[in-house]
Write a protein that binds this ligand. Structure first.
Ligand SMILES: Cc1cc2nc3c(=O)[nH]c(=O)nc-3n(C[C@H](O)[C@H](O)[C@H](O)COP(=O)(O)OP(=O)(O)OC[C@H]3O[C@@H](n4cnc5c(N)ncnc54)[C@H](O)[C@@H]3O)c2cc1C
Length: 428
């Protein structure tokens, strides 16, 4: 036992209690508690998935060393720790499916890259069709993916029954299932492990992660930012990156540049743990109740979500009737879960763009960058976004993979109108 590293040893309840009072450091921090320095090459605002992944890739791949991530609350407090953990690349538009496929490939090796287990679980993402028309739409999406070399399978009822026996696809229902689109490599990744894994790896490369530090303003001179004002004082910066997800509208206001973004609530919920029942991620749009997606966590909880609440808000609470819709959709799909209790419900603030696609661009000044507009699908984008955005910030040129996500598309009308398989895009 003594040959094991301290982190891998088994501790008795007594030794844990003793350590708690002796303060002997059994629980080692994952990242270094560094002090804020007066100046950096890059200041990243927001320690969510996108901010931390960008910091990691700037340090590891772009050779930058003086990097700080400033977070107004805690690492993982935002949407990166609130989402329903689904990853996939099943988009129709080439700009989207190549980008999300790059991300999915990176998820496959991320635990190794970060030396931290993020629990990627390729359990399959299944989009269900209830009509022949929706089956045709799924076939169109699947064919576009296959032409791009991305795995997609159109399942008729017999194939769906074989892949997902727990669904009882042929069972008599009010809204019968006619088939599905399956992406086998899609699945789930443990979300807080992603935040901690990136934070730990970035910190090991020298990135300063400063919590409880809100950025309140940007100082500028001519066409450039010179630094940021924060609740911990002024910080000089050669480049400033905003990766603030649901707060990006406020950043636009801070810089005097209104953005085509609204902040909307998306809620999710988890049941008490039950024995393994649901093997994949299912997406189901009920004619009566709207969208429900459901999967089962490794602890056994049924994790569910659906549509946005439908009005702009920062409350992180979520309206009751949306919870009811989601649960009723889940019951239509799996009547057997009827007696299971919901344990927790929560919401996150999503930065919704008009076309459902993200924005990765400069913002008003040559050295100010914005990584935003992730809507309800930005978790799965984190690895690709981090790598590509770091290249953009370091070189000043957006890589091909993210060039379509420029802000000017809203002025020119070249929208990437694809809400993914999530709910409706917000029309401002
Ligand atoms: C309920 C729910 C379910 C979802 N499910 C999925 C899913 O299954 N799959 C998927 O791909 N996506 C999903 N998403 C979307 C995904 O979580 C987000 O798109 C993504 O996490 C946003 O990027 P982020 O991780 O960088 O954001 P965040 O984690 O929100 O990071 C932004 C950070 O910026 C900080 N910040 C804001 N303003 C300031 C400031 N002025 N100064 C300093 N710090 C600041 C915030 O405190 C926050 O920590 C879901 C979202 C929700 C809410």
């Amino acid at each position: 036992m003594s040959a094991l590293p301290a982190s891998a040893r088994h501790y008795s309840a007594w030794s844990l209690l003793r350590a708690r009072f002796a303060g002997s450091g059994y629980w080692r921090p994952l990242w270094a508690g560094r002090k804020l320095k007066p100046a950096y090459d890059v200041v990243i605002v927001g320690a969510g998935g996108h901010g931390l992944a960008s910091a990691f890739h700037l340090a590891r791949d772009q050779g930058m060393r003086r990097i700080a991530v400033l977070e107004k609350r805690l690492v993982g407090y935002g949407n990166v720790g609130r989402n329903t953990t689904i990853v996939r690349s099943n988009y129709l538009l080439p700009e989207n499916h190549y980008f999300y496929e790059d991300s999915l490939r990176r998820w496959e090796t991320l635990s190794h890259d970060l030396n931290y287990n993020v629990m990627y679980s390729p359990r399959g993402v299944v989009d269900l069709a209830l009509t022949d028309d929706s089956m045709l739409a799924l076939a169109r999406r699947g064919n576009a993916m296959r032409l791009a070399g991305i795995d997609a399978e159109l399942l008729d009822l017999a194939a769906l029954e074989r892949f997902a026996p727990e669904l009882e696809a042929r069972r008599k229902r009010r809204f019968p299932i006619v088939g599905a689109l399956l992406q086998r490599r899609g699945g789930t990744v443990r979300h807080d492990a992603v935040a901690w894994g990136y934070a730990r790896a970035a910190s090991a490369l020298g990135v300063d992660i400063i919590e409880d530090c809100e950025v309140t303003g940007v100082r500028t001179a001519g066409n450039a930012a010179t630094g940021v004002e924060s609740t911990r004082g002024y910080v000089q910066a050669d480049r400033v990156v905003f990766a603030t997800a649901g707060h990006t509208g406020m950043i636009g206001a801070m810089l005097g540049t209104p953005l085509p973004i609204e902040t909307h609530l998306l809620q999710a919920m988890v049941s008490e743990p039950i024995k393994p029942l649901i093997n994949s991620v299912y997406v189901y749009v009920s004619p009566g109740h709207g969208e429900t997606y459901i999967c089962q966590s490794d602890r056994g909880g049924l994790v569910m979500g659906g549509h946005l609440d439908g009005f702009p808000s920062y409350t992180r609470e979520g309206v009751w009737h949306r919870l009811e819709d989601v649960v009723q959709g889940a019951l239509e799909l799996f009547p057997r879960i009827g007696g299971v209790k919901i344990l927790r419900q929560w919401a996150g603030t999503n930065d919704m763009t008009m076309d459902g696609s993200p924005i990765m661009d400069r913002l008003r000044y040559d050295n100010v960058f914005v990584n935003a507009g992730w809507c309800y699908g930005g978790f799965k984008a984190i690895p690709a976004s981090g790598a590509a955005f770091a290249k953009f910030v370091a070189s000043g040129t957006a890589p091909d993979l993210i060039r379509a996500y420029r802000l000017s598309r809203f002025a020119s009308g070249h929208l990437l109108d694809e809400p993914g398989q999530g709910p409706f895009p917000v029309r401002l």
